[in-house]
Design a binder for this molecule. Structure first.
Ligand code: ATP
Ligand code: MG
Length: 288
């Protein structure tokens, strides 16, 4: 469905290589998770798929067509078949929910206002938000905003949905709700989904296939079925870290920090040098 062939994306005249010779296949109808630490190149790679960020070299194929070989006008047309949602929802604040959804239809060339409204309401219905159509983003919860963004992405009837950290701004319960909508959209509308995240929970809950990125390159790939098996061992350190159970901190360690003398003990502070008056003056200044 999606095929990236030797895709490389550099910035600053080649000083930064965000995506480094990536070849990746995403199966039609699957949910493909891309995971990695901050700066690994996940967002750049995702934006390479719809050419929001045109790769410096390599080919991008979607649905049997080489996007990297299309004219600007052809590309504009094809882009409507690829929806996208973001961590920060990216809604227009002075537009109602339904007007936000209509925007994508306007960009897709749907000129009839009634048609746009009808299709926008249909898309909001999909995410159970038709009753909030007239609400402005500020009147919606984070989860509802992301559902409006999903409706906006779906309104043009895409066959691919790209999601960049779709739940990173949401609490765990709301995350589960939004992920359920994405799973339903995949199962019931047959839309292929690529989801970029640094949250292993999202991958475990949603993805069929997993790609691990580090320093712009793919370092490991596995299926979530493999991931669920007790005997599964990722072969890269980053893969192991990502599937490990959350953050672990060794509390009460000693002798690992180089502590400057002034911070070493509380008694070192020369209490006599700070008078009560000094303290009062300082506090007053801060207060003002
Ligand atoms: N427009 C840009 N100009 C210059 N450098 C960029 C640009 N976009 C991304 N980069 C750099 O490319 C690298 C990959 O960035 P990218 O945003 O793809 O990472 P990421 O994996 O999505 O990280 P995060 O998890 O923090 O979102 C980083 O070093 C980043 O600073
Ligand atoms: Mg990112």
């Amino acid at each position: 469905m999606i095929s990236l062939r030797h895709v490389t994306t550099t910035f600053k005249g080649g000083d930064i290589t965000a995506v480094d010779d990536v070849s990746l296949d995403v199966r039609r109808g699957s949910i493909h998770g891309i995971i990695g630490f901050s700066g690994a190149g996940k967002s750049t790679l995702l934006r390479n798929i719809n050419l929001l960020e045109r790769p410096t070299s390599g080919e991008v194929w979607v649905d049997g067509e080489e996007l990297t070989g299309l004219s600007a006008e052809q590309l504009r047309q094809r882009r409507h078949q690829i929806g996208m949602i973001f961590q920060g929802f990216n809604l227009v604040n002075n537009h109602t929910a339904v007007a936000n959804v209509e925007l994508s239809l306007t960009f897709a060339g749907v000129t009839n206002r009634r048609e746009r409204r009808r299709r926008a309401l249909e898309a909001l219905e999909l995410v159970d938000l038709a009753d909030r159509a007239k609400a402005y983003p500020a009147q919606l919860s984070g989860g509802q905003k992301q559902r409006v963004a999903i409706a906006r992405a779906l309104a043009t009837k895409p066959n691919v949905l790209l999601c960049d950290e779709p739940t990173s701004a949401l609490d765990p319960f709301t995350t589960a709700t939004v992920l359920q909508y994405l799973a339903d959209i995949n199962a019931q509308l047959g839309i292929t989904i690529v989801v970029v995240t640094h949250e292993m929970e999202v991958i475990k809950a949603l993805a069929d296939d997993v790609t691990v990125m580090e320093s712009g390159a793919i370092v490991e790939q596995f299926t979530t079925e493999q991931l669920r098996s007790d005997s599964f061992r990722p072969h890269t350190a980053i893969g192991s870290y990502l599937i490990s159970e959350g953050i672990s901190v060794d509390k009460g360690r000693t002798g690992t920090l180089e502590v400057p003398a002034t911070l070493a003990t509380h008694e070192d502070v020369d209490a006599a040098s700070v008078t009560a008056d000094d303290a009062a003056t300082t506090l007053q200044k801060v207060g003002n």
